[in-house]
Ligand binder design. Sequence first.
Ligand SMILES: C[S@@+](CC[C@H](N)C(=O)[O-])C[C@H]1O[C@@H](n2cnc3c(N)ncnc32)[C@H](O)[C@@H]1O
Length: 214
Amino acid sequence: MTAHEAGDRPAKSRAEVRDIYEENAARFERFGWLEERLVGRYRERLFSRAEGRVLDVACGTGPNFAHLPERTDLVGVDLSEAMLRGAARTARDLDRDADLRVADAEALPFEDDAFDTVVSALSTCTFPDPVAVLREMDRVCAPDGRILLFEHGRSSVPALARLQDRFASRHFERMGCRWNQEPVDVVREAGLRVEGVRRDVLGLFTSLVVVPTA
Ligand SMILES: C[S@@+](CC[C@H](N)C(=O)[O-])C[C@H]1O[C@@H](n2cnc3c(N)ncnc32)[C@H](O)[C@@H]1O
């Protein structure tokens, strides 16, 4: 067991998380089409609102890119070089420019208020310290901008939620992902205001519009 506790949340180290995604990057690329069939419509609904200079935090292999308006300027960061190589291929296939960098989301290498929109998908469950990352997203997002999060969490269907709880530690050990973490709680813990929240697919997926602090 390599997990340690960050608050009351299990967390792996950054190096452990990076290694997991280095190993699994090819699988993310291979099954990207399936994931797009399952949740692409929710990414589209949320991320089509993005404007101006956009930061995709923990962009992975770039499944958000197709859902960001073409007029936006895209910057993507991730811990894993292998995931970022996939992101570069995704951007190339979409014929769009993307500034892709290896960076830790807990210490983003950008000035305060540098982005009009900060987006992130299916990643707060994986960040070793998701509250610290949300505060960083807040720091780099302009006060009149928005933070858009597409996350998974504990189902609103009790039987399914119980099943998630039962297998949560096994999944965490394998993927470093807390799949029953409630994303709205994490956002509130970071001191940020949720302007809009929508749940889909038996409450498994949550789309959040978050207001940065001034
Ligand atoms: C489940 S994947 C999601 C990727 C992508 N956003 C998507 O929607 O498929 C989680 C990603 O978070 C990245 N990640 C985890 N912790 C990170 C950190 N502290 N800083 C930057 N990236 C991180 C991983 O490398 C991985 O690419």
